[in-house]
Design a protein around this ligand. Structure first.
Ligand SMILES: Cc1ncc(COP(=O)(O)O)c(C=O)c1O
Length: 335
């Protein structure tokens, strides 16, 4: 039994869910939400804080400031509270209430940006605020998850080797892209192995990361309104773009089988199913998708029928979701 003295020392790196029975395809989920911060972002947060301490950037009295859609902010709030730093999170209107309340419970200050910075969107507006804050007060330390190499190194050191240890015959790895930290860390690690593993990036429609047009998105986590500086797309074999309606459909299909995952996980699963549906050899492949989050933070959005209906129109009866072939995405377009 592990005995810990810091909240970030609990992180299960060896939990996988076999989705063969749920979706009828060979797909395993690596669950990254089983820690006290509730998401994959704990790894990047911890690695960035430790590096900033080593480099002498974080000292007693420092206030960490970071732009986050919620989950990195929650992880940093927890770490800052435990290690005695202040934390100020700059987020935007897509950050859900539960995430804001969690950060505040850890003693963090949360500022919410509501006006996009033109084509740079809400993320651009968040970054403008971070720059302004750092100029006005020398106690602020911006870890900058978008460009900080410790973000991807966290996954290079832990996530990718943990997948390979469980699945030495891995053929395909599906990874969602937000800052690109998880994607780049895993892609770099597998690129250095003898056996080629196909790396498939999953992004949400409306994100500019892989060159698509910027469109409004409602579900936080994956996707970006500004191209992530960490991204090296030459390390990615394939990209799948997922409409938010499909994210909802996957989340609900999983929930109907007792697995309550978050919006990012719904997007990655949806992308994986879409990619596998186009492959004749799908049944013979060993595949893993990284599941970045759990579902409870999305009770007021993804899992709230009135929120869904308000933003996406009337869905087909959700009661049918478990019975419908989740790969038949074209059917769901009228949601
Ligand atoms: C729940 C969740 N999933 C996925 C991501 C994206 O991961 P990464 O930043 O490593 O690309 C984020 C980023 O904030 C997130 O909050």
């Amino acid at each position: 039994m592990p005995v810990v003295s810091a909240p970030y020392e609990i992180n299960a790196d060896d939990v996988f869910v076999d989705l063969q029975d749920v979706f009828g395809v060979p797909l395993h989920l690596k669950c990254e939400g089983f820690n006290l911060a509730g998401s994959v972002k704990l790894k990047a947060a911890l690695e960035m804080v430790r590096a900033a301490e080593r480099d002498g950037l974080l000292t007693p009295g420092s206030v960490i400031v970071e732009s986050s859609s919620g989950n990195l902010g929650i992880a940093l709030s927890m770490i800052a509270a435990h290690r005695g730093y202040g934390f100020l999170c700059v987020t935007d209107s897509r950050c859900n209430r539960a995430a804001r309340r969690l950060m505040e419970s850890f003693g963090a200050e949360v500022r919410v940006v509501t006006q996009p910075a033109g084509e740079r969107g809400l993320l651009g507006a968040r970054l403008d605020m971070v720059h302004a804050l750092c100029e006005e007060d020398p106690r602020y330390v911006w870890l900058n998850q978008y460009a900080n190499p410790n973000n991807w190194q966290a996954h290079y050191r832990s996530t990718a080797p943990a997948v390979a240890a469980e699945f030495p015959e891995l053929d395909v790895l599906f990874v969602g892209a937000g800052t690109g930290g998880t994607l780049m860390g895993c892609a770099r690690w597998f690129r250095e192995q003898d056996r080629h593993v196909t790396i498939v990036a999953v992004d949400s429609v409306g994100s500019v990361t892989f060159g698509g047009p910027a469109l409004p998105r409602l579900i936080p986590g994956l996707g970006a309104g500004v191209r992530p500086p960490l991204l090296d797309s030459s390390l990615v074999d394939d990209v799948v773009m997922v409409p938010e309606q499909d994210t909802l459909q996957s989340c609900h299909a999983l929930a109907r089988r007792g697995f309550l995952f978050g919006g990012s996980t719904g997007t990655v699963v949806s992308g994986a199913l879409r990619w596998l549906a186009g492959r004749e050899d799908a049944a013979a492949l060993t595949t893993v998708a990284i599941a970045p989050d759990q579902g409870e933070r999305y009770l007021d959005t993804v899992y709230d029928p009135s929120w869904v209906e308000h933003h996406f129109g009337s869905p087909m009866s959700w009661d049918d979701a478990a019975d419908r072939d989740p790969r038949s995405y074209e059917l769901a377009r009228d949601m």
